[in-house]
Every structure is written in structure tokens, then in C-alpha cells.
Write a protein that binds this ligand. Structure first.
Ligand code: HEM
Length: 494
């Protein structure tokens, strides 16, 4: 009786003035109930649970950790723009993949995170990351030209193009990884090394799919990793993260052999320069291992973000040929057919841009962003949030809020245009905002625009087989959502 009383007490015990939500059950806390709510997708589970408790700030427990999930635009924005919420939880996967430390950008916080993020942004920018830069645009242009030529059958790559059909997202990996790798390591993978590049894409996809958006059971009960390691997904996370950090490590070793202070070729050279400048006297945070994780974080994002979002866009166009036609009319009018679209055309192609915005809204790639953490006792929406509470922003909920969008369930790019066909102010938050804003936003928007515009300019896209086309909102769960592979018939427009 005493034990039952204790369990009951624990189930309903909450920090004072904490947001409403489900009880805390033994071991995994409220996570059991989230799994019951929606076993596959935590963004859907937390949203429907918030609705049931009639709140847009849901308070629950992930294992023993108090957790708050925000589902309204107002709370999500407040969290993302407040420095109190800029930390990250220190879950088992974070250190397991980073030599027992908190390295890289995604999952670190405090001074090392800020120092590395700033250094990365400042130096990657000089090679074209996050701004207009001629050399980067030339490389992007060449990669897109290659993709169009592949779809036209001017060269062969059976893994990506067969019988007039292109495999998505596989066919997109080279362009997205190569442009980024050019900035990081000064190199592109040529066609005869596409197997290396596809292995990077595979490791990246497996990495994001091995981690649930809330960390999963192993984040709450790390001892599971000793009892049934493979079942927790932890070894898979570590293996695939290592593939990426090893790729950077090999590039670093090559760079160190050929390094010259007078000619800094890329981000890795800049990083070597910084390490040599600081020597071993500085306790923070520049080291070979740190570089492996910082550049590894960028590398993991190259195939799993832009290629996935473009695949979601193409899939939506297969369901909505009228959207395809309207973008093609715009492209014919503004660019014509004699040259490929470039970033200079972007401003004059609002409808094509709106397709990308609508895709980022409709198929929110990181539906719960990445988990934040309250670094101090604070308040939110009139509730008290104790230090070390995990704070989750349900971006999917914001992007599907009827009050904001009217008909969020429909894929409708024109919602981003005003009566004159010009782009309206964009209130979506697919890349987050504030201090944790995704550093890849500009790079991604540029790359996705140029690729999508080139494909639509040159081809009518049709499903190879409508009966096997995945549903328009389908995705594989993980840290970010991944589309299923699909074959798309590329019918030349000329
Ligand atoms: C469609 C493309 C992309 C989307 C929708 C996206 C979205 C996001 C989101 C929602 C976050 C979390 C923000 C938060 O926790 O508040 C994030 C973080 C991050 N993204 Fe992206 N991302 C994309 C592409 C990229 C690319 C291409 C890169 C790098 C090459 C990248 C690198 C990062 C990094 C390093 C972080 C961690 C930032 C931090 O913790 O300070 N992302 N991204």
C-alpha cells in the first residue's frame, strides 16, 4: 500500500507552478504516454497531448527530467530568442559520439559552443557559406549542370538515374555535399568517387534516424545501453557519427601534410592556423577532436537537410502538377530555356521561392527543432521553469496552426505571396531563430532554390509509378525527418 501511495504521489508531483500535462510513471516518466499517443512521431504525440490538456505549454517528465513542450508561435519564439533557453541537454548520445566530451555545435553549449559556432561562421563565410560568393556559386552552378545533364541521359550513374527516372534524394547528394565539402576541405568528390560521397550520405541518414527527436529511451535511462546496446540505437549513432568525424580526420591529416600559412585554402586550413596560434596554452576549445565534430556536424547536415527538403518539394509537386506548371511559366518568363537559373534570378522568381517556403512549412524538417535546456530558473507564459528543464519547440505545431494558416493541411505555395504576386513577410521558423539559429539557413535556401529551379525549368516531373508514391506527408522519424526514396520520371520539356 505504501509503495502504491508513493508511486501515486510521484506520478502527480510536479515542480511548483509547472505547466499542466500527463503524470510521471516509473522509469520513463511521461514518455510511456507519449509513445501511446503516437509511437512514431514525438511532434505529433506532444501536439495531440497538448490539445488534450488544453494548453500550449505542456509540462511532462522524460524519465526524471522535467520537460516543457511549446506548441504556440508566441511561446516558441520566446524560447528561441531568450538566452536562458539557449543551452542543450547533456544526453548520453552527445558524449558517446564525441570522445566522452561535449564537442561540435549541435549538442554543445556555453562558451565552447559560442566560440566554435562564431569561428565556424566567420571563417566558412569567407568561402561562401551563408552569403553570395562567386566561387561557391560557380561550383553550385556546375553541380546543378551535372544533375540536369544526368537527367538528360548525357552521362550515366545507375544508382541515381535509370530508364528516364531519377532516384530522390540519392541523385541530389553529390551537389549538396560537394558544395559544402569544397568550403570545408577545398575538394569535390568527382564522379568516380561517388561511392565515398554516398557512404557519407548513408552514414548521415543513419545517424539522424538513430536518434529520436526527444533523445529516445536511452537518453532517459542510459543504463539500457549496457543491457541491450543495439536495441537502444546508441551504437548505430556512434558508428555513423564516427564515419563522418573520420572523414574529417583524414582530410585534416592530408591538410597538415600540405599546410602553408601563406595560402589558406579552406576551413580546415583556417582551423589548423587557429590551433597553431593558440598552441596548447589555451584550455578551450580548439583541437583536432573539436574540428572533427564541428565539421562533422556540417557534413551530417549536407545530405540530410537540403536533399531531404528538396525531395519533399518534388514529392509535393508530383501530387500538385498545377504548382509545377505555375512555377514553369514563371521560369520560362523570367529565365527562358537558354541558360540555367542562378541566384541572381531568385528575387524575380517569387512563386518558385514560395514552393520552397511551403515545403519547409508543410514538411517541417526538424519538427521539434533540437532540444533546448533552461540554463537557470526562469518563467515562461506565467509558469515557473526550473533550471535544467528540457525545453522543446514544436515547430511542426506552429507550422500547422489553423489560426495562423487557415488551411495548414493543404500544400499551397501562394499563401506566401501577396495580391501582387510578391513574397510576403515569412513568419515560419523552419531553421529556428535567435542564438541557436541554424547556421546553414542561407546556404540551404540558396542551394535548394537553384536545384529546384533548374529541375523545373528543364523537366516535367511525374511519378514513375503512382501506386508506390509515398503519401505527401510521409517521413522516416529521427532527429530530422527523412523522406522515403522515390523514382521520378524526368520528361524533358524541349
Ligand atoms: C533545409 C535545411 C535545414 C533546415 C530546415 C535546418 C533546420 C535547423 C533547425 C530547426 C535547427 C535547430 C535550431 C534550434 O535548436 O533552435 C538547426 C540547427 C543547426 N543546423 Fe540546420 N537546418 C538545415 C540545414 C543545415 C545545413 C545545410 C547545415 C550545415 C551545413 C546546418 C547546420 C546546423 C547546425 C550546425 C545547427 C546547430 C546550431 C546550434 O546549435 O547553435 N543546417 N537547423
Amino acid at each position: 500500500l505504501l509503495a502504491a501511495k508513493r508511486l501515486y504521489h510521484q506520478a502527480y508531483e510536479r515542480p511548483p507552478n509547472f505547466p499542466p500535462g500527463p503524470p510521471r510513471l516509473p522509469i520513463w516518466g511521461s514518455y510511456w504516454l507519449l509513445l501511446l499517443e503516437n509511437y512514431h512521431f514525438m511532434h505529433k504525440a506532444t501536439l495531440s497531448m497538448a490539445r488534450r490538456y488544453n494548453t500550449n505549454l505542456l509540462g511532462l517528465f522524460l524519465g526524471q527530467f522535467p520537460t516543457v513542450v511549446a506548441t504556440s508561435y508566441e511561446h516558441v519564439r520566446t524560447i528561441l530568442t531568450s538566452k536562458e533557453f539557449a543551452a542543450r541537454p547533456d544526453i548520453i548520445q552527445v558524449r558517446a559520439r564525441a570522445f566522452g566530451e561535449r564537442l561540435g555545435i549541435f549538442f554543445s553549449d556555453g562558451h565552447p559552443w559560442l566560440e566554435q559556432k562564431r569561428f565556424m561562421l566567420r571563417n566558412m563565410r569567407d568561402f561562401g557559406f551563408g552569403r553570395r560568393f562567386q566561387r561557391m556559386e560557380e561550383v553550385l552552378h556546375e553541380e546543378v549542370g551535372d544533375l540536369v545533364a544526368l537527367a538528360r541521359g548525357e552521362w550515366t550513374d545507375e544508382a541515381a538515374m535509370k530508364d528516364g527516372c531519377m532516384k530522390f534524394p540519392t541523385a541530389l547528394y553529390p551537389s549538396m555535399i560537394n558544395v559544402l565539402w569544397m568550403m570545408i576541405a577545398g575538394q569535390r568528390f568527382p564522379r568516380d568517387q561517388y561511392d565515398v560521397l554516398r557512404a557519407i550520405a548513408e552514414a548521415s541518414n543513419k545517424f539522424v534516424q538513430s536518434v529520436d527527436q526527444l533523445g529516445g529511451a536511452v537518453a532517459q535511462t542510459p543504463w539500457l545501453a549496457n543491457i541491450a546496446p543495439e536495441a537502444t540505437g546508441l551504437p548505430e549513432t556512434v558508428r555513423n557519427s564516427k564515419h563522418l568525424s573520420d572523414t574529417v580526420k583524414n582530410a585534416l591529416e592530408d591538410h597538415e601534410r600540405t599546410y602553408s600559412e601563406d595560402h589558406l585554402r579552406d576551413f580546415i586550413d583556417r582551423y589548423i592556423q587557429e590551433m597553431r596560434k593558440l598552441g596548447t596554452t589555451k584550455e578551450l576549445s580548439f583541437s583536432d577532436k573539436q574540428l572533427q565534430l564541428v565539421a562533422g556536424d556540417l557534413l551530417v547536415a549536407a545530405p540530410t537537410t537540403t536533399s531531404s527538403t528538396l525531395t519533399f518539394a518534388v514529392r509535393a509537386l508530383l501530387y500538385h502538377p498545377e504548382v509545377q506548371r505555375r512555377s514553369q511559366e514563371e521560369l520560362d518568363r523570367v529565365v527562358g530555356r537558354d541558360r540555367l537559373p542562378t541566384l541572381d534570378d531568385r528575387f524575380n522568381l517569387p512563386y518558385t521561392e514560395a514552393i520552397i517556403r511551403e515545403t519547409l512549412r508543410y514538411n517541417t524538417l526538424l519538427p521539434l527543432a533540437l532540444p533546448h535546456l533552461a540554463a537557470e530558473d526562469t518563467t515562461l507564459g506565467g509558469y515557473d521553469i526550473p533550471k535544467n528543464t528540457i525545453v522543446i519547440c514544436n515547430l511542426h505545431a506552429v507550422h500547422h496552426d489553423k489560426e495562423l494558416w487557415g488551411d495548414p493541411q493543404n500544400f499551397r505555395p501562394e499563401r506566401f505571396l501577396d495580391d501582387h504576386g510578391k513574397l510576403k513577410r515569412d513568419i515560419t521558423l523552419p531553421f529556428g531563430t535567435g542564438k541557436r539559429l541554424c547556421p546553414g539557413e542561407t546556404f540551404s535556401r540558396q542551394g535548394m532554390f537553384v536545384v529546384l529551379a533548374a529541375l523545373l525549368q528543364n523537366f516535367n516531373l511525374e511519378p514513375k509509378d503512382r501506386s508506390t508514391l509515398p503519401p505527401i506527408d510521409h517521413a522516416i522519424n529521427g532527429l530530422s525527418l527523412t523522406p522515403n526514396f522515390m523514382w521520378v520520371r524526368m520528361i524533358p520539356r524541349d
